[in-house]
Design a protein around this ligand. Structure first.
Ligand code: ZN
Length: 440
């Protein structure tokens, strides 16, 4: 058993915050009580267990969470673990390790793997391997076979195999007819389609915003219209079909506005924002080169502010890292040739604290909501809350204490934040009652 003492519990899902102790038995939260009130109960439980089964050698371990926040284990519904197919960048085990270090206990993998997540065997394989990592590794299923945007997958089969959402992330579903068909089929099954919204027809060089910076670099870049037009189309399709959709990694103020308006008239559209889109602008490309190249690209300060406003008023319900590992060799290619994306699991909470909470835009409770309860709510996952009898998925961190991000536990370290000192030191990540990460 584990007793977590003297921490400040912060659980947006139940609206509970304050000083509490938490007693964990096996994989569940046995009791939440006032500080010091659970000691006798914990000792009694342990001695009873010992009497029942002395060979098991039950012990009570204590975690002192003084000065720390105890929050629900974080949930990230958008990670690329590159497994199978590209395991030189990341694999399920190293990805899960990076997630645990960043406070995450539940992640959903994207399906631009090789083979793709368009078939039962691959989904079963990654879930089987994910179940051995200590955290909850879930997966999407693709929308179309081979992510080629032409033929729908067998949704029932992929759902039965365990897919929790459908997406062709990395690519939009460009054909409107296919998109509409996918929405109708997903709606019948109460499943969400999560969308990478960039119209490739409008893009010559992806990953860099078309504008001042791309001009300075002498490249064409990716125009904001590429996102806006797709978001507009897919809101229309969602409205027409009654389907529920998620706009992934939103990057433009116009798209935030479109989603806010659509939600107000009852369209079932959700959005996620990445830490890099609420932290950086296109100027970062001049400083960090390919480490600031991502799809969709970093855009203007006014876009960054609109994304923060969206997170503030709940238009954007989820923070998702879009953790996208690439090898050093790949990222060292010239800007137009280097692949898009950065890693994000180890720095997401810290960037949220630095850019959203310490600046006064979000309360800590709202940040934790967007990083745990929010995504759990949208996708209907059993995660993102701290309740008696519920799973013991927790993160314990000191929001005021800084740490140095000197080494990544991911296989890749393609992030502009490497080497920085960041607020929000994580001491423990606990998943299903087991400590999956700790820092002394
Ligand atoms: Zn994407």
């Amino acid at each position: 058993m584990i007793i977590i003492k003297n921490g400040t519990l912060l659980d947006p899902a139940s609206n509970r915050s304050g000083m509490y102790d938490i007693l964990i038995d096996e994989d569940r939260i046995a009791r939440i009580g006032a500080c010091g009130s659970l000691d006798d109960m914990a000792a009694e439980c342990v001695s009873m267990k010992l009497m029942e089964n002395p060979a098991a050698g039950e012990e009570l371990s204590e975690i002192d969470a003084s000065g720390c926040i105890v929050a629900p284990g974080l949930v990230d519904c958008h990670v690329h673990f590159r497994d199978p197919g590209f395991t030189y960048k990341e694999d399920i085990e190293t990805g899960a390790r990076a997630a645990a270090k960043g406070g995450f206990t539940t992640v959903v993998m994207m399906g631009n793997t090789e083979p793709h997540m368009d078939n039962v065997a691959t989904i079963k394989d990654v879930l089987e391997r994910g179940s051995k990592t200590g955290i909850r590794v879930l997966t999407c299923g693709n929308v179309t076979k081979g992510m080629d945007g032409k033929e729908l997958v067998d949704m029932d089969a992929l759902m039965e195999a365990g897919a929790v959402l459908f997406t062709d992330d990395g690519k939009p579903v460009t054909d409107s007819e296919i998109m509409e068909k996918a929405c109708i089929e997903a709606a019948k099954r109460n499943m969400i389609i999560s969308l990478h919204e960039e119209n490739p027809e409008l893009i010559t060089n992806n990953g860099i915003n078309a504008g001042e910076v791309s001009e300075k670099l002498g490249i064409t870049g990716s125009p904001r219209e590429a996102e806006i037009s797709m978001v507009k189309r897919d809101i229309e399709i969602a409205e027409k079909t009654g389907a529920e959709i998620v706009v992934q990694h939103i990057s433009t103020s116009e798209a935030v506005d479109l989603i806010r308006e659509a939600r107000a008239r009852g369209v079932k559209v959700h959005a996620e924002a990445t830490p890099h889109h609420f932290t950086l602008t296109q100027d970062a490309v001049l400083k960090y080169g390919s480490l600031a190249k991502m799809n969709p690209p970093l855009r203007l300060e006014s876009d960054r502010q609109a994304i923060i406003a969206g997170l503030q008023d709940g238009t954007i319900e989820m923070i998702a890292t879009d953790h996208a590992p690439h090898s050093r060799e790949e990222k060292q290619k010239e800007l137009t040739q280097a692949p898009s994306g950065i890693t994000g699991l180890e720095t997401s909470l810290s960037l949220g604290i630095r850019e959203l909470v310490n600046t006064g835009f979000l309360t800590m409770g709202d940040l934790i909501d967007r990083m745990s309860a929010g995504p759990a709510r949208v996708y209907g996952l059993d995660a993102g809350r701290i309740t008696e009898g519920g799973y013991a998925d927790l993160v314990i961190f000191n929001s005021g204490e800084e740490w140095s991000f000197v080494q990544s536990v991911s296989k890749s370290s393609n992030t502009p934040f490497l080497g920085q000192r960041l607020p929000g030191k994580i001491y423990n990540t606990i998943c299903r009652g087991k400590v999956v990460y700790f820092h002394g």
